[in-house]
Design a protein around this ligand. Structure first.
Ligand SMILES: *[C@@H]1O[C@H](CO)[C@@H](O)[C@H](O)[C@H]1NC(C)=O
Ligand SMILES: *[C@@H]1O[C@H](CO)[C@@H](O)[C@H](O)[C@H]1NC(C)=O
Ligand SMILES: *[C@@H]1O[C@H](CO)[C@@H](O)[C@H](O)[C@H]1NC(C)=O
Ligand SMILES: *[C@@H]1O[C@H](CO)[C@@H](O)[C@H](O)[C@H]1NC(C)=O
Length: 389
């Protein structure tokens, strides 16, 4: 079993508080938040080593660009969460589950590749993750409880202090695999109600975190899943001709993106409700969909090849060698997954996950608040507190 098989199988196949909208007050917009820690929740878009530590480690050429070796991340280098940590002046986050050489003094990462918000009926061996959002939140609560005890015993110096939990930033990037699962069941289940259930469960978990003292929430919506190269018919059998309207002008699969947008619309509504419920917390909704789509639709202008290109792996005439598979037999010849010469000119690293260069581009766009609602930079996201009714 090669690394990352689990991540992707999913993708390959591809209230009424509104009336009392809280008044937003920028308590002091020039004030930079001093976040002592980051706690992150998510899937392979922000997994910095969970699935690699828990199951089989990522292999080469993952990690080659920045870490010069596999680093538990589904990319050639850093992920958006790494750029967030760097921007906030904090160290890269260690995966909570990784017991070797990890540091948790400035937070922990609970994200796990293939994870969903809802429980799924799949195991690791079917490409699933056992660490859905409710488990990630349970792990966080265990982290907080146990480090708090150690602190009282004078042994907590390598962990965030108990008072840091309220001052920390809580970041989220999850939902893409829930959509991938729903896309497999189009026609068999009512995707509208599935998505409502998924965002409802997201809200429940965020509420638990609030009750545990979390106050700053930085929430990424989901990206254009239909623009992932593995979803694009260009990588299907060569005789496949998509029906008119199946693709948009950039080659993205329209109905898949439509489902992602529906998820985002409901997620936005949910965040609005959370703001109305928890007036002393800051909820920043980040429109990752638009940030990623802007890159995809302006690929050449931004110095990248067309978005359908995959840096690592081989996909032609219906034959596939996925980067995470390591090797495959194609036309009777054994082939190995290797990296392209110039990962930095590719948007997609392995057909499902973005390159370090693309992650850097996206991070640069979102960190200053230009895709945020309310439009605050991440460095000021704690001060945008909703107040009063
Ligand atoms: C998992 O299986 C159970 C029992 O068959 C079913 O009730 C539930 O809806 C399934 N969950 C998902 C996410 O498919
Ligand atoms: C979220 O919903 C509100 C209210 O409908 C809307 O004004 C806002 O533009 C939405 N935000 C995004 C990023 O779609
Ligand atoms: C395998 O065969 C297909 C169909 O003939 C061809 O398009 C493709 O280039 C071949 N790939 C390799 C790696 O030889
Ligand atoms: C954020 O940074 C991007 C990239 O440098 C830039 O294009 C955009 O105008 C900036 N937005 C704001 C609100 O500063």
């Amino acid at each position: 079993m090669r690394p990352f098989t689990h991540i992707v199988v999913v993708v390959i196949i591809l209230s009424q508080f509104l009336s009392v909208r809280a008044e937003k007050t920028k308590s002091s917009s020039s004030q930079v938040c001093d976040f002592p820690a980051i706690f992150n929740f998510g899937d392979s878009n922000s997994d910095t080593g969970c699935m690699s530590a828990a199951f089989y480690p990522a292999g080469s050429p993952y990690g080659e660009t920045f870490f010069h070796e596999p680093a538990g991340r589904a990319s050639d280098g850093r992920l958006i969460i790494d750029f967030i940590a760097k921007h906030l002046g904090l160290p890269y986050l260690s995966a909570y589950i990784d017991s070797i050489g990890s540091s948790y003094s400035h937070g922990a990462n609970f994200a796990a590749s293939a994870s969903t918000i809802r429980r799924q009926n799949r195991t690791y061996f079917d490409g699933g993750s056992p660490f859905n959002l409710e488990i990630q939140v349970a792990q966080f609560i265990q982290f907080k409880t146990r480090t708090g005890k150690l602190y009282k015993q004078g042994q907590g110096s390598s962990f965030p202090r108990p008072e840091d939990f309220a001052k920390a930033i809580y970041t989220f990037d999850i939902g893409q695999n829930d959509i991938a699962a729903a896309l497999q069941k189009v026609g068999q289940e009512d995707s509208e109600s599935v998505i409502s259930d998924v965002v409802g469960q997201f809200a429940n978990q965020v509420s638990y975190l609030y009750s545990e003292g979390a106050r700053t929430f930085w929430i990424h919506n989901t990206g254009p899943i239909g623009c992932l190269p593995v979803a694009m018919p260009i990588h299907y059998a060569s005789n496949y001709t998509p029906a008119a309207g199946y693709l948009d002008e950039y080659g993205c699969v329209v109905f898949q993106n439509h489902m992602a947008k529906e998820f985002n619309r409901k997620l936005n509504d949910t965040v609005i409700k959370l703001r109305a419920m928890f007036h002393d917390a800051s909820f920043i909704y980040v429109d990752m969909y638009s940030a990623k789509y802007e890159l995809i639709s302006n690929a050449n202008k931004q110095g990248f090849f067309e978005p359908s290109k995959i840096c690592c792996g081989y996909h032609e005439g219906g034959n596939h060698l996925y980067c995470w598979e390591y090797k495959a037999t194609i036309n009777g010849t054994e082939m190995y997954a290797t990296s392209c010469e110039d990962p930095s000119s590719h948007i997609s690293w392995d057909g499902v996950h973005y390159t370090e260069a693309a992650n850097n581009w996206i991070a640069n766009r979102i960190l200053n608040g230009s895709f945020s609602d309310p439009p605050v930079p991440i460095t000021h996201s704690c001060s945008f507190i909703t107040s009063g009714i």
